[in-house]
Every structure is written in structure tokens, then in C-alpha cells.
Design a protein around this ligand. Structure first.
Ligand code: MEV
Length: 438
């Protein structure tokens, strides 16, 4: 019978594990061993991890891989990726190499605007509210000075505050829609602190604003929070080359390959079922780098998918065209990333990832991440329109299947070699392993 527990967070780690294993697992001793085998008691890292969140009982490891040979704006990068999916790093590396030989990737940040909103209700004449807004706006900015001062010294801060009337979509609903420049920080804490200050001052000043009628003074603030929808925090990455340079090594002529790639992207533009999978492949690359560099992948995911639907239908993040015998392939993607603050100086692997990336600014990291997404999409589409995805996928998955089947190191070596020229399926691997064991 599962039990309710009081004061769980106050138990020691051992006590938490004992309680959990006893109440929620079939074999408590072996469950405890599973949890403990991931402990890192020898280093300070465990202490750090324990304090990142509440109730840490172990670490959840993901493979950390490197995709080398990315030429981005004429600079070479080895890109760190944290991801569990077998084929992602291999695909990224393959795409990097392909484009390295064709001039590399070019990337450009189109905007860095971050957004936050104070959502409130107001039951009065909207013209009075507008007057109040004009009166109070400088006070909002000066009240936030202690928060914004340092950011301003470095060239950032609040860029715009606007009153938005949303009463057409919800009765009495208005917003302070605010934009920010947060430089190399992702800026969530900075933005939320500013917004909460705005809300406090906005509400307080309304109490004494002379033009308000008595019933107009009560501003009801519902919430103040940043928005992860950042369509103007945008980066573009692209590759291009003459069509005839698209020799893939598969039995497909360069022009046909280019045309198929364009068609594949066109399908993802007009067909949401395909677009979601197409973009999922892009996010394989994006999330892996976002995670390795300690950024918030949930924020990125939410923002990216909202952006993909901004025209009313979910659509492709990438674009492709053949223009005067040049093949062009590019992505535009909103990425609110940081290279200072958050986990960046706390998590040793995150710190090292940033060092491997040559300590990028937020703008440079946006470019690198966009390129990782574009490369991933190129690799996926290249397989899809030529050999099909399964060949490469199953090759990479072979090791997982062999591990699942408990193959020894020698058997693995033999079978990896054997499957170089054969189709990998669960049953073909099983059969080959059985043959070998005989
Ligand atoms: C698998 O993780 C991603 C792909 O499905 C992406 C795509 O279909 O474009 C291969």
C-alpha cells in the first residue's frame, strides 16, 4: 500500500531512498543499488547536484558527445551535445563534414528582444487608464533602477513598456507588455524582478492618480511573468552551394537531390503532421546543445513551437530553394539563450561546454545552436530522400540492441562488423547473436 509521507524533504538522502524503495519498488535492495550506482561521492559535483533541486536522490546521466568540424562564420567549432538518441551526434557530425567541404555555415542574429508582461484587470474608462499609463511609465522605469542599473552599464535594460488593451478577448483584461535587452544573460530573473516591481508601483500609484474616479483606482494584478514566446529574439543560419556540388555518395544525381530536399521542406511547410516531425528532428540538434550549455530547453521548446505556428498553422522552421543553380538551405529560429548566470558558472560540464565552444557570447551561442538544428535537419532530410531513415538509425541503434541482449565485448565487435553490410532489425541481430553463440 503506497503511503503519504510528511516532511519528506527533511529526510536524509539515505532515508528518502529507503522510504521510496520500500514503498514504491518491488525489490527495494536492488532499486537502492540502481539509484546509488549513479552517485558521485568522490567529487564535489554530488553536493552541487544535490542542491540544484529539492529531494535529489541520485543523478540522471545522459551521454555527452561531441560533433566536430562545424565551420560557422569561418570559425571551427566542436559542438558538445547532451542527448540519448543514438543517431543524433553521428548525423550532426556527418552534416558538419559535408558543409565543411562546401564553405561551412553562415549565421546571423536578427534580434535579441526578450519579453515580459504584467497581466491585470481594470474596470474603468480605458482613456483614463491610458492617461494613467503615460503618467506612471517613468515611475516604473525609475523604480526598477536598482534592478536595471548594472545591466544598463553593460548596454542592456528595459527597452520598451506598452499598455495593451485586451478587453476584446477577455473582459477588463489589460497588459503591460514590456521588452528587454539582457545581453549575455537569458534574463529570466532580471525580467521577472523588473515586472514584479512594475506591478507593485503600478498598483500603488493608481490609488492616488487624480484623474481616476473612485471605482477606477483598484488595479487587480493577476500575474507578472516573462514570456517564452520571443519571436524577435531570432537567429538565422544557412548553407548554400552550387547544385552540382551536392554529390552525396548515394545513387542520386545532385540536381534530383536538391529538388527532393526542396520538396521535402515544402511538404513540411504545408502539412502539420510532417512539420511536427521535421521540427522534432531540428530540436534533436537544438536541445542537445541547449542542454549541454545549461540552458532551459523547455523554454526553448515552448518558444520554438509557438513561433512555428505564428501564421495560424504549424509549419517548418527551415526553408530551402534552388536559385540560379545554387542550393540554399536555411533556418530562422527564436532562441533566448544565456552564456552567463543560471547554471553556466555552477555546473562543471556546462562550464566546460562553454569553454569548448570558445566561451561564446549569447549571440554566438544562438548562432551555434541554430546551426546544430539546421545540420540535424539537413542530415535527416538527406537520409529521408535517399536511403530512408532506418538504415542509419538502425546502424546506430545496433549497440543498444546488442546491449539489451547482453552481448559481450567480443560478440559486439564481430556483429558490428557483420552488420556493416546487412540490414539491422531486432530479429536479424537476435539471429546473428544466437548463431555466434553456437
Ligand atoms: C528522429 O528523431 C527525427 C526524424 O524523424 C526527423 C525527420 O523526420 O525529419 C528523423
Amino acid at each position: 500500500m503506497n503511503t503519504v509521507v510528511e516532511g519528506f524533504s527533511k529526510l536524509t538522502k539515505e532515508e528518502k531512498i529507503d522510504w521510496l524503495a520500500k514503498n514504491y519498488t518491488r525489490d527495494p535492495e536492488s532499486s537502492k543499488n540502481v539509484l546509488k550506482q549513479y552517485w558521485n561521492t568522490e567529487s564535489k559535483v554530488q553536493r552541487l547536484h544535490d542542491e540544484f533541486i529539492e529531494n535529489t536522490i541520485t543523478n540522471y546521466y545522459l551521454p555527452f558527445g561531441i560533433a566536430p568540424n562545424f565551420l560557422i562564420n569561418d570559425r571551427l567549432y566542436a559542438i558538445p551535445m547532451a542527448i540519448e538518441e543514438s543517431s543524433v551526434v553521428a548525423a550532426a557530425s556527418k552534416a558538419a563534414k559535408f558543409w565543411l567541404e562546401r564553405g561551412g555555415f553562415k549565421a546571423q542574429v536578427l534580434g535579441m528582444e526578450k519579453v515580459g508582461q504584467v497581466h491585470f484587470r481594470y474596470k474603468g474608462d480605458h482613456r483614463n487608464l491610458e492617461k494613467f499609463f503615460e503618467f506612471v511609465k517613468p515611475k516604473l522605469i525609475s523604480a526598477a533602477k536598482p534592478i536595471t542599473e548594472n545591466m544598463e552599464k553593460r548596454g542592456g535594460g528595459i527597452t520598451h513598456i506598452e499598455l495593451r488593451d485586451k478587453t476584446e478577448v477577455m473582459e477588463d483584461y489589460y497588459q503591460l507588455h514590456c521588452t528587454f535587452e539582457t545581453l549575455d544573460a537569458m534574463g529570466a530573473n532580471f525580467i521577472n524582478s523588473c515586472l514584479e516591481e512594475f506591478a507593485k508601483v503600478f498598483k500603488a500609484e493608481a490609488q492616488t492618480f487624480p484623474s481616476f474616479a473612485e471605482n477606477e483606482r483598484e488595479i487587480d494584478v493577476v500575474m507578472s511573468i516573462l514570456s517564452n514566446y520571443v519571436p524577435n529574439c531570432l537567429v538565422r543560419a544557412e548553407v548554400n552551394c552550387p547544385v552540382e556540388a551536392l554529390e552525396t555518395g548515394e545513387s542520386i544525381a545532385p540536381r534530383e537531390f536538391a529538388e527532393k530536399m526542396v520538396q521535402a521542406v515544402e511538404i513540411a511547410k504545408i502539412e502539420p503532421h510532417r512539420a511536427v516531425t521535421h521540427n522534432k528532428g531540428i530540436m534533436n540538434g537544438v536541445d542537445a546543445v541547449v542542454l549541454a550549455t545549461g540552458n532551459d530547453f523547455r523554454a526553448i521548446e515552448a518558444g520554438v513551437h509557438a513561433y512555428s505556428s505564428r501564421k495560424g498553422q504549424y509549419s517548418s522552421l527551415t526553408h530551402a530553394a534552388i536559385e540560379e543553380s545554387t542550393f540554399k538551405f536555411w533556418i530562422e529560429i527564436p532562441l533566448a539563450l544565456g552564456t552567463v548566470g543560471g547554471l553556466t558558472s555552477l555546473h562543471p560540464l556546462v562550464k566546460l561546454s562553454l569553454e569548448i565552444l570558445q566561451n561564446p557570447t549569447a549571440k554566438e551561442l544562438m548562432q551555434i545552436v541554430a546551426v546544430a538544428g539546421l545540420a540535424q535537419n539537413f542530415a535527416a532530410l538527406r537520409s529521408l530522400v535517399t536511403t530512408g531513415i532506418q538504415q542509419g538509425h538502425m546502424k546506430m541503434h545496433l549497440m543498444n540492441i546488442l546491449n539489451q541482449m547482453g552481448a559481450g565485448e567480443e560478440d559486439k565487435k564481430v556483429l558490428v562488423n557483420y552488420f556493416k553490410t546487412r540490414t539491422v532489425t531486432h530479429s536479424s541481430v537476435k539471429e546473428a547473436l544466437e548463431q555466434l553463440r553456437k
